[in-house]
Design a protein around this ligand. Structure first.
Ligand code: DGJ
Length: 544
């Protein structure tokens, strides 16, 4: 790779950026817009639903390896690719930047009409600092590492060291400046993830001299003011901890929060948040688009230090929001089975909901409906998305094919509050939804004793979404669901007037099969069997 030489692809990108960049306004850049309590991502002035997938960590480090991946992803109905930018390859020598990989990603994505979310693998990647360039790793005197309580240096850059921060800022600023230059018109890059799964291991906090000094110092006024001002809204687990120590409003960390691992973690979280905020702020100065952080979720019954601690975890949301106002979203990465539990935690504190990573599993094809329909998510993104043999047979591709057609309607209904998403399994077998004057019960298809799979010991997850498009009209989409309608009024029954399977082509409904007879159980329900994926428009009526 070469430094400061403009490869052809870069020249074209820059030219495109220069020709048009002038007309760009703040409103036309990717941004988050909140209406009716729902935050959506707007791209080119319009709401955008992220049907995403994250590439494996090393995939974008090799242009040849990456070349065939773009079409594969496009064929899976993705509209957005989450792709890393590696500090070590972006700035292989201090102050010398190489944008070859970034530019080639931009060109690859544009060719397929895909958007990019760039992941800044900067100071931290899954707790560690493996993506710091060699010139940082080899100069420990200048770029200080975190140390454990025994004084042992870790492969983790210290968050308390200003030189580390300045180095990260330097690289991230160069990256954002470059994106501004080549992409402010096309807006291929729609969001940025700052760092990756920040989290302290193997203890809850750092023990460098600077960290120890800060730990013995008073809790910064800025944080205390935030906590006082937001006392009634703080997440309950954090509030309880502060309360246990008597809601003290000034003093050292241990005076305010008590002695113990929880306080160590709080202290470290604040520092991580402040550091990350400074990186994000510097980047936004160059090019202001939404930025988020992702969290490696903690496991139950583990102490701080045993899990990657002090990251943007549910119990630390307040600290992250206070310390990192430039970070727009705190996001969960799902590698555990507690989807509902953690999703419910991440919608607190007005945090927009976005899943940048979820382990690639067939059940994602069901989960995505709940993420977008119930949590009004900005989007969804299974990890290592390119690692599939037959893209079109991937369950997530089948759900994305539906969501791609429905996106404009979903986005309108998220704001109107006329959408619900369900996720069902052998334990959560059904969910009741009230929409207008109807009570809608969505059940797992295997609850029908006569459905072919109902005797299976394992039930795949089923999922779907319902949108109300008129007083008596609904769109139902998903997989493995059975939907019945009833009325809130005891003397009234609800019948299915018409149900059609079909497709939306450029937003226009093209009906296919009329779903009557066996398909709607002679007018009793709407059904989309397990392993089938479809959209049905439904009209219902009342009778007595
Ligand atoms: C979560 C990380 O954020 C990803 O970069 C990757 O390391 C996955 N874990 C691997 O499972």
């Amino acid at each position: 790779m070469q430094f400061f030489k403009f490869p052809a692809v870069l020249s074209v990108l820059i030219l495109a950026g220069c020709l048009s960049g002038l007309a760009q306004t703040k409103e036309s850049l990717p941004r988050l817009v909140k209406s009716n309590g729902v935050t959506q991502l707007h791209v080119s002035g319009k709401p955008f639903l992220i049907l995403g997938g994250e590439l494996g960590n090393s995939t974008t480090s090799d242009l040849d390896y990456m070349r065939p991946v773009w079409t594969k992803l496009k064929s899976m109905h993705l509209n957005t690719v989450l792709a890393p930018v590696y500090w070590e390859l972006l700035e292989p020598q201090e102050g010398k930047f190489d944008f070859t990989l970034v530019d080639s990603m931009m060109a690859g994505a544009r060719k397929q009409g895909l958007k990019l979310i760039l992941l800044w693998f900067g100071s931290w990647k899954n707790s560690m600092s493996c993506y710091a360039p060699e010139w940082i790793k080899l100069n420990q005197e200048k770029f200080e590492r975190a140390t454990d309580s025994k004084g042992k240096g870790l492969e983790i850059l210290s968050a308390f060291n200003k030189t580390n921060l300045q180095a990260d800022i330097g690289a991230f600023t160069a990256l954002m400046k470059h994106i501004a230059r080549v992409d402010s018109r096309e807006n291929t890059v729609i969001m940025i993830q700052v760092e990756n799964e920040i989290g302290m291991l193997t203890e809850a906090r750092e023990y460098t001299p600077a960290a120890n000094l800060a730990f013995r110092s008073r809790v910064p006024e800025e944080l205390m003011d935030y906590l006082k001002k937001n006392k009634n809204e703080l997440v309950p687990e954090f509030l309880a901890l502060w309360q246990k120590n008597g809601f003290i409003t000034s003093g050292t960390w241990e005076e305010v929060f008590g002695h113990g691992l929880a306080t160590d973690e709080i202290f470290q979280a604040w520092q991580y948040a402040v550091y990350t905020n400074a990186v994000a702020a510097a980047g936004k100065k160059e090019y202001s688009i939404p930025m988020y952080v992702n969290a490696a979720l903690n496991y139950k019954n583990a102490n701080p230090g045993q899990y990657p601690s002090a990251g943007p975890l549910p119990h630390l949301m307040d600290l992250w929001q206070a310390g990192a106002p430039q970070i727009d979203i705190l996001s969960p990465d799902f590698y555990n089975p507690y989807f509902r539990y953690y999703s419910n935690l991440y919608i607190r504190r007005n945090n927009p909901f976005f899943i940048p990573e979820i382990r690639s599993e067939p059940d994602n094809a069901a989960k995505v409906f709940r993420a977008i329909g119930h949590y009004k998510g900005l989007g969804f993104s299974p990890f290592s998305i390119e690692s599939v043999d037959i893209p079109l047979e991937e369950p997530i591709a089948k759900s994305y094919a539906l969501l791609e057609q429905l996106s404009p309607i979903i986005l309108v209904n998220q704001v109107k509050g006329k959408i619900e998403g369900v996720l069902l399994d052998s334990i959560f077998r059904k969910q009741e939804i009230v929409m207008g004057k109807y009570i809608i019960t969505v059940s797992h298809e295997f609850t029908l004793g006569w459905s072919p799979g109902s005797k299976n010991p394992g039930w795949p997850e089923a999922g779907g979404m319902i949108m109300q498009t008129g007083d008596n009209e609904f769109i139902i989409a998903g997989t493995g669901i059975v939907v019945t309608f009833s009325s809130a009024q005891a003397d009234e029954s609800v019948g299915i007037l018409q149900a059609n399977e079909g497709t939306f082509i450029n937003g226009k409904w093209k009906p296919g099969r009329r779903m009557n007879g066996d398909q709607d159980h002679q007018g009793r329900h709407i059904r989309i069997p397990v392993q089938e994926y479809s959209i049905q428009t439904v009209r219902v009526y009342n009778y007595h």
